[in-house]
Write a protein that binds this ligand. Structure first.
Ligand SMILES: [Zn+2]
Length: 304
């Protein structure tokens, strides 16, 4: 059914609105397991863990603005999502020499690097953060989104090339230091911080941390992937650690659906005797996290 309305990005009225995704459809594809009877990702919310094909979308943008998001970042990054678990972004980063380190984190200069288009990574991330803030998105009987408040409009203008990058924002790009990317996705979600706002977003193979506020931390400003000529990108094992923590924080509060429970039992029975047991990727969205290849049950399910 055709939906008419005002496009949230260009603000033009009476446009045919597209069914726009909060997180691109291709990300869900990476989180599926096609060779299983039920290939859908596992979705974890605060209330429930279930296997479902639900994707978060709504009539939000006109065709031109959808195309803008595609050409300015989405197509590039979606072509670099991990296939068979191997991360092309890690492959590209591993060819570079790091220029500094902070504990286990490594810092890389990506300006001029032909295989990492940091401008596209940043535009993609900022477009998802903006989408998450512009409305509440319905998902599995609840709502998903973040609040950018007065910072939302400057971000919209930057996405439309009507203004420079918001001066109260810094974005840090982190690629986990492993060729095997977690095939999961989480966020955008708000982290606790009293001095400034911090939001995180992970799609398979790369995490984006957005800092917002009048008093941004100096580390984030110096390492910002957008505002530095070097187009800095980090490699940090914390990405995986934080993703697992977020998963377990959500998982603690939720119950496993009866259907998924039964699927797990069938799965365990079919694998009896094998040491390594696999189950489909996990996808977590509510306040959180979506994803793959996490341990649903520590005793029974092991990473691929
Ligand atoms: Zn538009």
């Amino acid at each position: 059914m055709t939906q008419f309305g005002t496009c949230a990005l260009c603000c033009e009225p009476n446009k045919i609105l597209q069914d726009s995704h909060l997180i691109p459809r291709a990300v869900y594809e990476v989180c599926r397991t096609p060779d299983l009877k039920n290939p859908s990702p596992v979705i974890v919310t605060k209330k429930v863990v279930l296997q479902a094909p639900h994707q978060i979308s709504d009539y939000l943008l006109c065709k031109n603005c959808e195309n803008r998001f595609n050409s300015r970042g989405e197509s590039w990054i979606l072509a670099r999502l991990p296939r068979d678990g191997v991360s092309p972004l890690y492959g590209a980063l591993s060819k570079l020499q790091s220029v500094g380190s902070y504990g286990e984190d490594r810092l890389y200069v990506t300006a001029g690097c032909p295989d990492i288009d940091t401008q596209k990574l940043v535009y993609f991330a900022m477009s998802v953060y903006w989408r998450a803030s512009v409305q509440r998105w319905k998902h599995l009987g609840g709502e998903v989104g973040i609040q950018l408040g007065k910072y939302e409009e400057p971000l919209r203008k930057w996405l439309m090339d009507e203004d420079s990058f918001p001066r109260n924002m810094a974005i840090v790009v982190c690629i986990p230091p492993s060729p095997q990317a977690l095939a999961m996705t989480y966020g955008p979600r708000a982290m606790q911080n009293s001095r400034f706002h911090v939001f995180t977003l992970y799609v398979p193979g790369v995490e984006f941390i957005l800092f917002v506020g009048n008093r941004l931390p100096e580390d984030a400003v110096v390492a910002c992937a957008q505002n530095t000529a070097e187009k800095f990108v980090f490699s940090s094992p914390d990405v995986v650690k934080k993703a697992k923590e977020a998963f377990w924080n959500l998982r603690r509060e939720s119950h496993v659906s009866r259907k998924l429970q039964e699927s797990l039992e069938r799965f365990r029975a079919s694998k009896r005797g094998n040491k390594v047991r696999h189950f489909p990727p996990l996808t977590v969205f509510r306040n959180g996290l979506s994803g793959a290849q996490q341990r649903l049950d520590r005793k029974e399910i092991v990473h691929r």
